[in-house]
Design a protein around this ligand. Structure first.
Ligand code: GLN
Length: 533
């Protein structure tokens, strides 16, 4: 039977609960335990797919095509384990399931209520993750902050699970912020105490507490929390801000969090071996070289909107011993007149994915500049589609070339919709979502970095390269180096006679890990470094 860890947060949001949950996952894996991670989001949206990146940052896509919360990206990067649709559920989805059952008459005329119907649905979801994964430990993060109205059914559900399965099989970890007051030079524990009290009023007494703060926390403060919150002192952990998020794993290991978890569950495991993680941190701290990579997108004011992309760029640098400085450039600010100035410090450029026309003309200007000036560039999804548009307009001389996402009536739809090719494919609405096979030509600049075959990459888009243009692209120097072998769709384009001008229809960033950099980003950063030299 699986053991269950529930991670809640108190005092404020954006505490880094996701990173703590991910670190717990990494620690347990390095003790030889199998794990499965999930995030329960209390908001009413059915999934984060339709949320603006300004709201919750990027939408992370799993192999099986779930559009999920960005915390799942942390989970996968920290634990190097691919998650599934069972890894993320929202209140909206829970209610949708319950209302569907009610309409189908499944509740046999009963009054449908939050307790037990909504809470049962939540519990079922948690237990299904355990059943399907068969993992030793299920780590479930509850989104939001204790005290939010929306979180109540989730907290009630985990309270019931503790009742059903007992203390030995369940563990509550509550993470709280300890604010520092500069005027009195003090760390304040009162908000944390109140948050634990609030949790207690819902029937949950945390087993462990993780204190988040910007500064070191001394023993007196830990003692105080232990006393006032009724948690053993060896179960009060400290997680202060660190420069490299992956270091949280080592910090928590030093405080024996994994040991305490195993002893709570009475789990016998191999001793903790963190050598792979220590090596990663050592590499990150010893980056000898530097490159500047410009990230040209429309949501750059919120870095979380491109979290996986920026982590993938950094991971490539970790592997190559290069510190990657990301220059965040709002594509809406770029035009023909200023592009040289704006990109003068860039050794390489990434044009990431996106939806909608806003900011795309600046991306096209950026692409032309990189193509003509031999600057290494990686275009992802919409970035790749715009590479095709720019190439068609300026090299093939098809002045009105466009994607039909922005001009339905263009006479040169180089990016279009293929209704017939979607037959038999589950599109999850109308988007192509999740992992699809990739056949990459050996001539691709990226090929050498792929170690395992066959290849599969994750998608999240609606429009496709129009195969009618393949021959004129190839004849004019834009090669098609990657295709989907089953449905013959263009997956990768790259320019001849350019150090690195590569576009991919999929999102390589979702498969990058800090200690397994992704081939597309490795190639970009390597080319950028050569360009710099
Ligand atoms: N908007 C484009 C499409 O739907 C690209 C999507 C993306 O970049 N993820 O095809």
């Amino acid at each position: 039977m699986s053991k269950f860890i529930f991670i809640t947060g108190g005092v404020v949001s954006s505490l880094g609960k996701g990173i703590i949950a991910s670190s717990v996952g990494r620690l347990l894996r390095n003790r030889g335990l199998s794990i499965f991670m999930q995030k329960l989001d209390p908001y009413i949206n059915v999934d984060p797919g339709t949320l603006s990146p300004y709201q919750h940052g990027e939408v992370y896509v799993t192999d099986d095509g779930a559009e999920t919360d960005l915390d799942l990206g942390h989970y996968e990067r920290f634990t190097n384990q691919s998650l599934t649709k069972l890894s993320n559920i929202t209140s909206g989805r829970i209610y949708q399931n319950v209302i569907k059952k009610e309409r189908e008459g499944k509740y046999l005329g009963k009054t449908v209520q939050v307790i037990p119907h909504i809470t049962n649905e939540i519990k079922e979801h948690i237990k299904k993750a355990a059943k399907n994964s068969g993992a030793d430990v299920i780590i479930t993060e509850i989104g939001g902050t204790v005290g939010d109205i929306e979180s109540l059914p989730f907290l009630e559900a985990i309270r019931q699970i503790r009742r059903e399965l007992g203390e030995e099989n369940t563990l509550f970890i509550h993470t709280v912020l300890l604010p520092f007051l500069p005027s009195s030079g003090e760390m304040k524990t009162k908000p944390a105490q109140h948050s634990v009290k609030e949790l207690g009023s819902l029937g949950i007494q945390p087993d462990f507490i993780v204190l988040r703060s910007e500064k070191n926390i001394n023993k007196d403060i830990r003692d105080k929390i232990s006393l006032f919150c009724d948690v053993n002192i060896e179960h009060v952990f400290v997680c202060k801000d660190v420069e490299i998020i992956y270091e949280v794993v080592l910090e928590l290991a030093k405080q024996k969090l994994d040991e305490q978890i195993c002893s709570h569950f009475k789990l016998e495991t191999a001793p903790l071996d963190l050598s792979n993680w220590e090596l990663l941190i050592k590499n990150i701290k010893n980056l000898k070289q530097q490159v500047n990579i410009a990230l040209v997108g429309k949501y750059v004011s919120l870095h979380d909107a491109y979290l996986s992309v920026s982590e993938a760029i950094k991971a490539a640098g970790y592997k190559l011993g290069i510190k990657t400085n990301i220059i965040w450039i709002n594509s809406e600010d770029v035009n023909e007149g200023n592009v040289f100035g704006m990109l003068k410090d860039a050794d390489g450029i990434v044009v990431p994915g996106g939806f909608g026309q806003r900011g795309t003309e600046g991306k096209i200007v950026t692409l032309k500049y990189a193509r003509e000036n031999n600057i290494p560039l990686l275009g992802i999804c919409l970035g790749m589609q715009l590479m095709a548009v720019e190439f068609a307009r300026n090299v093939l001389n098809l002045k009105d070339a466009n994607t039909i996402e922005f001009d339905e009536n263009t006479s040169n739809p180089v990016i279009h919709l293929l209704p017939n090719q979607y037959k038999g494919i589950d599109l999850g609405g109308t988007l192509r979502l999740g992992a699809y096979e990739l056949e990459l030509k050996e001539t691709s600049k990226v090929f050498k970095y792929y170690k395992r075959f066959p290849l599969s990459e994750r998608h999240r888009h609606r429009y496709e390269f129009n195969n009618e243009y393949i021959s004129s692209f190839i004849n004019n120097g834009m090669q098609i180096t990657g295709i989907n072998p089953k449905i013959k769709l263009v997956e990768v384009i790259e320019l001849d006679n350019h150090p690195f001008y590569v576009g991919c229809q999929f999102h390589p960033e979702f498969k990058s890990r800090p200690n397994h950099a992704h081939p597309f980003f490795l190639s970009l950063v390597e080319s950028a470094f050569k360009f710099k030299k």
